[in-house]
Design a protein. Structure first.
Length: 173
């Protein structure tokens, strides 16, 4: 058996400890999501194209965003609304991809405390607690603020964007 040096032991222990830290992306209550932007024409009007372009979908408490979107009886926009943004899927490294997240800050856990996109940094920021999230390349992972500090990290809840087959997408959970 080869003896380990103290510095190597310390590095190994640090790597093991950091590997155990996970991001909780389910800190807000589960809520149905069903946004159908089925065809290319609708996607050109209500979708996102170009890195960092974003749109909010909110159907709650008298709010209907975006204005004019053809919501149906089966439409649902999650707990706090849906952030649709164009970026890179961190799990497949596919670029120019629509990504979707719940707008509710996972630290605040309120339907009306919604993250806002800072377009110059391509980050979502909670106006209440100041937490920042990587929404274009990091899968909604926390970058700073209360969501990134402490022993437990909180990321944005992620939703699926499925191609519709007609040039659009269906956003669902």
């Amino acid at each position: 058996m080869i003896p380990m040096r103290p510095a190597l032991c310390a590095i190994s222990a640090t790597l093991l400890a950091s590997a155990c830290q996970t991001v909780d992306s389910d800190n807000i209550p589960a809520a149905p999501v069903n946004i159908v932007i089925a065809d290319a024409g609708s996607w050109n009007t209500y979708g996102v194209s170009g890195f960092g372009s974003s749109r909010r979908f909110i159907l709650a408490s008298g709010l209907r965003e975006p204005s004019g979107f053809p919501y149906t009886q089966t439409s649902a926009t999650g707990f706090g609304g849906v952030l649709l943004i164009n970026g890179m899927d961190p799990y497949s490294a596919t670029t120019d991809t629509p990504l979707a997240y719940d707008l509710a800050c996972p630290v605040e856990r309120k339907t009306d405390v919604r993250v806002q996109v800072e377009t110059d940094l391509y980050e979502a920021v909670c106006p209440q607690c100041g937490s920042r999230y990587d929404v274009t390349m990091g899968g909604g992972a926390p970058l700073s603020g209360p969501a990134a500090s402490g022993s437990k990290k909180y990321g944005l809840r992620r939703y699926r964007c499925l191609p519709s087959g007609s040039g659009g997408y269906i956003i669902t959970n």
